[in-house]
Design a protein around this ligand. Structure first.
Ligand code: GTP
Ligand code: MG
Length: 197
């Protein structure tokens, strides 16, 4: 699946401009700078497919990518970036929520969490919203290359424990690094299984 073509479809600044649904859709959400765009690139093996940046707030629209004609990956704008104007934050939040609740072919949302920081209050707010709307999501810890092995194990266990009472959460937490590719084959396999369902 990921060995084939990967192409940018379009960027949607609003719900009215979403591309037509095609195949199974998977979205990548999380705080600004957590590594969403980098992970889309790591999955596809194409380092310049999604635009990444050291400064948070790089991705400002919903970006859609076609994978082999059967899968659509959605790189979402990050939340929790304080330096963006309030009005913009409100508009993004509205767009993100409306998209997540309304997209019929959305099979799963990967909620990215920086493995160095774990779940923050703003993340649990977003998870609350997903649980309420019954949008199926799975936690993906990012930047695993920045942690020691003992820290990684504790982080995974801690986050898994925090998910126990969340009805829409898939109980397995994935640990990834776009820098050294750790966990990326497992994430590809998880997505391939969703396509087979
Ligand atoms: P927004 O679009 O602003 O919401 O950010 P994003 O979540 O798309 O993050 P992006 O992929 O642009 O990456 C943000 C920063 O984190 C960049 O400086 C990346 O190089 C860095 N980064 C991404 N993935 C990893 C990783 O696996 N390990 C490390 N150490 N750094 C990473
Ligand atoms: Mg981005």
């Amino acid at each position: 699946l990921f060995a084939g073509s990967a192409d940018f479809i379009s960027a949607a600044p609003s719900l009215g401009s979403l591309p037509a649904m095609n195949g199974v859709e998977i979205a990548f959400a999380g705080r600004s700078n957590v590594g969403k765009s980098s992970l889309v690139n790591a999955l596809t093996g194409r380092n310049t497919l999604a635009r990444t940046s050291h400064t948070p707030g790089r991705t400002q629209q919903l970006n859609f990518f076609d994978i082999g004609g059967r899968l659509t990956l959605v790189d979402m704008p990050g939340y929790g970036f304080a330096a963006v104007e309030k009005a913009k934050v409100a508009a993004w939040t509205e767009l993100i929520h409306a998209y997540l609740k309304g997209r019929a072919n959305l099979a799963r949302v990967f909620m990215l969490i920086d493995s160095r920081h774990g779940l923050k209050a703003i993340d649990t707010d977003v998870l609350d919203g997903l649980d309420k709307a019954a949008v199926s999501y799975q936690i993906v810890l990012t930047k695993a290359d920045a942690l020691k092995k003992s820290e990684m194990e504790a982080r995974v266990r801690g986050v898994e424990a925090a998910l126990a009472k969340r009805p829409a959460a898939y109980p397995v937490v994935l640990l990834t690094s776009s820098r050294d590719d750790r966990g990326v084959p497992e994430l590809r396999a998880t997505i391939a299984r969703l396509l087979a369902e």
